[in-house]
Design a protein around this ligand. Structure first.
Ligand code: IPM
Ligand code: MG
Length: 362
């Protein structure tokens, strides 16, 4: 099978982790008879430098023609004072909106080898495995009116019925494949838009009577994620709340450098590590490639629909961590500090060994 992947390495450590992801894609693809055809394009600050525009039509057109998009990271100090529409982040938002990627899946799961590496206690973490399902193309990120003048700044948090319905449906469908429990997170005690969200989510739940639904206020949810994360299966929430809660969830895994994501729509899909462009360590071969590599696992799972390939990548990550390899962000006493390249090479080796030991008949 031939599969077209558009690569958007972006800024900062984006190119380094994208390079790691490509090596893993090629390796695993060859084991499952998939030929990846890569098309690399600029996005974010890199695109602004080249064209004065963080997302060109050329990049967008390439994405429309692809089977799947992989993105590294966008942003950096250099572009922080640009007008809003020229900022690297604006490119990511436009891309999400243009491709209709309304469902952002951010899994927070504990890797056994890292359970002592987190700032959270291991008995709190052990067994944690939940997904933050973030609405990605609506809410305050896109609501009109928006702007600022000399005396005021304003944004609008707005959701229409269909936007809430489709993300709620996705949450219940995902929950059915897992522990059948959805926690819908909102701020219905203060915000009308949240009250509306809550009403629609409950309406949708009537079609999924086998899935349990709880409501939780966002401030409480932030506390519960660090107090007792095991209670969650699917956290369903809006764009802004999901942005914040998924960073908190990153600490479940010990580092944002471990958190992968999938952004899914009806037609397109984009995979990206949740961590940003980390300009302070860019180009130094220090970045943790595991979030990008775990995003490849998600690609095999959600887009290519080859769960065995996804498991192979996941197992290689577990094994490499169990062998004690750590990039700086997850380093702890007694472990081996490695570079981006060393981590990636070991992952590739472990993929090969695991595959030879447990051959998968394709
Ligand atoms: C994320 C990021 C983005 C967001 C930025 C870079 C626009 O923080 O994907 O979580 O706010 O959605
Ligand atoms: Mg974020």
């Amino acid at each position: 099978m031939n599969y077209k992947v558009v690569l958007l390495p972006g800024d900062g450590i984006g190119p380094e982790v994208t390079n790691a992801a490509v090596q893993v894609l090629k390796n695993v693809g060859s084991k499952f008879q998939i030929d990846f055809e890569f098309d690399e394009k600029l996005i974010g600050g890199a695109s602004y430098e080249a064209f004065g525009n963080p997302l060109t039509d050329e990049t967008l057109d390439a994405c429309y023609k692809a089977d799947v998009v992989f993105l590294g990271a966008v942003g950096g100090y250099k572009w922080e004072s640009l007008p809003h529409e020229l900022k690297p982040e604006a490119a990511l938002l436009k891309l999400r909106k243009s491709l209709g990627l309304y469902a952002n899946v951010r899994p927070a799961k504990v890797y056994k080898a890292l359970v002592d590496g987190s700032t959270l206690k291991s008995d709190v973490l052990e067994g944690t495995d939940f997904i933050v399902l973030r609405e990605l193309t609506g809410g305050i990120y896109f609501g009109q009116p928006r702007g600022y003048d000399e005396s005021r700044g304003w944004n609008t948090m707005v959701y229409d019925k269909n936007e809430v319905k489709r993300i709620a449906q996705k949450a219940f469908e995902l929950a059915r494949l897992r522990n059948k429990q959805v926690t819908s997170v909102d701020k219905a005690n203060v915000l009308e838009v949240s009250q509306f969200w809550r009403t629609i989510v409950h309406e949708v739940q009537k079609d999924f009577p086998d899935v349990e639904l709880k409501d939780m206020y966002v401030d409480n949810a932030a506390m519960q994620i660090v107090r007792s994360p095991k209670q969650f299966d699917i956290i369903l929430t809006s764009n802004l709340f999901g942005d914040i809660l998924s960073d908190i969830a990153g600490m479940i895994t010990g580092s944002l450098g471990m958190l992968p994501s999938a952004s899914l729509g009806n037609k397109y899909a984009l995979y990206e590590p949740v961590h940003g462009s980390a300009p302070d360590i860019a180009g130094q071969n220090k970045a943790n490639p595991l979030a990008a590599i775990a995003s490849v696992a998600m690609m095999f799972h959600y887009s290519l629909k080859i769960p065995k390939a996804a498991e192979l990548v996941e197992e290689a990550i577990e094994k490499t961590l169990a062998q004690g390899l750590r990039t700086a962000d997850i380093f702890s006493e007694g472990c081996k500090l490695v570079s981006t390249d060393e981590m990636t090479e070991t992952i590739l080796k472990n993929i090969n060994t695991i595959f030879v030991e447990n051959p998968v008949v394709v």
